[in-house]
Design a protein around this ligand. Structure first.
Ligand SMILES: Cc1cc2nc3c(=O)[nH]c(=O)nc-3n(C[C@H](O)[C@H](O)[C@H](O)COP(=O)(O)OP(=O)(O)OC[C@H]3O[C@@H](n4cnc5c(N)ncnc54)[C@H](O)[C@@H]3O)c2cc1C
Length: 483
């Protein structure tokens, strides 16, 4: 930025959590900010809603607490007293015909010992894990698919029964396509340095214990994490920022060497700098003229679609197993991918709505779109069918809601990091332009906030933040997404 004395005008395109976090940080740094949002509301994939009188999240619902950005942002915008950890840390996995306790002592499904997965895997599956210690080294090169690498070291059963549903919960993706380097950087580091994967995992666990990484892994917000974008938007507005909804940006052009021209329908804005915080397909369209190479890479990023089915029951009719819910490995052939027992997971939902039990299921993942062509009523029916099989719940819901998230989650296939590095290289050549959001350095809310802050640094001519995002994958822990 030129620093001419008057406040610089920065336009942020997109009012999801990334765009709003960028706007918030820009205002803190003294910029004049205008946020342009295509839809009629702020928040993007964070969406508060209501069912049977209970306020709930209809999109993202929890934030990874083991990295600071999202929690710190919530505190800055006055939500400190509403931060709440889940009421229960136990969950289940519905596999081999029964709900089984989710094992503890693993890193994204990869155990330190075979015994850690007893109960979930068959005896043969457990015996196969033990062979890891005797196998020769598996080369990972510059990147490798999580599924392929772990299957080679520990056998397919660990991948199919545990890693697939856990990764599916974050990316709605396919473990045999997802990049280990981008999605589980800790595992990629140990795969590079260790022959035995289980030994590497034990080392990660020992380090975590030595760093006293205790306390809740995830955090929610009373009233829903959908409150976060609303509070950030309020703070931006209170400090003079402008947020315009129903304002889709259609064109982005450089102006005579300095500054940018942003076109949204018949509205034309002039900006010193622009932060593009929209999903990859929209970013590709906006950048096609000024950054065509970046646009080509962005257009190639694929997305998974899914739907969340929220169901509210009368408490008197409803007995659920203990815990926050369950994951379902695709290999078991069920329709739903997961279920969250929202009233048991979040104390504030139960406290505010003592007579109602809210739970939700999810369907759809990368490459599995046929299910999403079904009517809402059918999605409710398949959810009820699977819930009955898994938990015995047979009551008629008081109310149901289907929320479709078409192209909800960007996919991180092998080589994702090189694609993102190329995008950043091209964007970096254009002064006053930066990008952020879920498709770059992690899909979770804290990762989106971190990418927003790095984009703000870049707008101010400091790309150290961006370098850290891409150069130190261990810091870019993802998590907490999906069910
Ligand atoms: C169903 C679901 C559940 C999830 N659960 C969790 C969870 O529990 N925890 C977690 O950490 N993460 C979760 N995630 C992931 C996380 O919510 C998202 O990755 C994150 O919110 C994305 O934020 P974003 O700002 O990058 O993008 P978005 O939220 O997509 O925001 C982008 C905004 O840009 C706008 N836009 C698009 N085009 C234009 C244009 N031309 N002009 C102006 N505006 C435009 C869009 O309307 C949108 O509002 C979940 C995701 C989904 C889909």
């Amino acid at each position: 930025m030129s620093g001419s004395g008057t406040a610089e005008h920065v336009v942020v395109i997109g009012a999801g959590i990334a765009g709003l976090a960028a706007a918030h940080r820009l205002i803190q740094r003294g910029a004049r900010v205008t946020v342009l949002e295509a839809s009629g509301r702020v928040g993007g994939k964070l969406l508060p809603g209501e069912i049977a009188g209970a306020r709930v999240d209809l999109g993202a619902e929890s934030m990874l607490a083991r990295r600071p950005e999202a929690i710190a942002l919530a505190r800055e915008v006055g939500l400190d007293s509403r931060l709440q950890p889940p009421a229960t840390a136990t969950a289940s996995i519905w596999t081999r015909g029964a709900l089984r306790p989710m094992p503890k002592g693993h890193v994204m499904g990869v155990p330190g010992t075979a015994a850690a997965l007893s109960g979930v895997l068959s005896d043969e599956g457990l015996a196969r894990i033990e062979r890891d210690a005797d196998l020769p080294r598996t080369e990972v090169g510059d990147d490798v698919a999580v599924g392929a690498y772990v299957a080679e070291r520990l056998g397919r059963e660990v991948v199919d029964r545990l890693i697939e549903p856990l990764l599916g919960g974050v990316y709605a993706g396919d473990a045999y396509r997802i990049s280990m380097r981008s999605a589980v950087p800790q595992l990629f580091q140990v795969a590079r340095t260790h022959t035995s994967l289980t030994e590497g995992v034990r080392e990660i666990q020992a380090k975590a214990a030595a760093n006293q990484q205790t306390g809740p892994v995830f955090m929610g917000i009373e009233g829903g994490v959908g409150s976060l974008p609303l509070a950030v938007a309020e703070s931006v507005r209170a400090r003079g920022g402008e947020i315009l909804t129903d304002t889709p940006v259609t064109e982005l052009r450089r102006e005579g060497g300095e500054g940018w021209r942003v076109v949204a329908g018949d509205r034309v804005l002039h900006a010193d700098s622009v932060v593009v915080a929209v999903p990859a397909p929209a970013a590709a369209r906006l950048l096609r003229t000024e950054a065509p190479e970046a646009a080509t890479d962005l257009a190639a990023i694929e997305y998974a679609s899914m739907a969340l089915i929220t169901l509210a029951y009368r408490r008197a009719d409803t007995a659920l197993p203990a815990g926050s819910g369950f994951l379902v490995p695709p290999v078991d052939g069920r329709t739903i991918k997961a279920s969250t027992f929202a009233s048991q997971k979040w104390g504030w939902i139960a406290d505010r709505n003592p007579d109602v039990v809210v739970l939700r299921t999810s369907v759809g993942r990368y490459g599995e779109t046929a299910i999403l062509e079904r009517e809402d009523t059918e999605l409710v029916d398949v959810s009820r069918h699977d819930l009955k099989e898994a938990t015995g719940l047979d009551a008629r819901p008081l109310e149901t809601r289907v929320t479709r998230w078409t192209d909800g989650l960007p996919q991180y296939p092998v080589g994702h990091h090189t694609r993102v590095a190329r995008v950043r290289e091209h964007i970096g050549k254009l002064p006053g332009l930066a990008v952020c959001g879920a498709q770059y350095d992690g899909v979770g809310i804290p990762a989106c906030v971190a990418s927003a802050y790095a984009a703000v640094d870049q707008v101010y001519g400091d790309d150290r933040g961006v370098q850290e995002l891409t150069a130190d994958p261990v810091q870019s822990l993802h998590g907490g997404a999906g069910e």
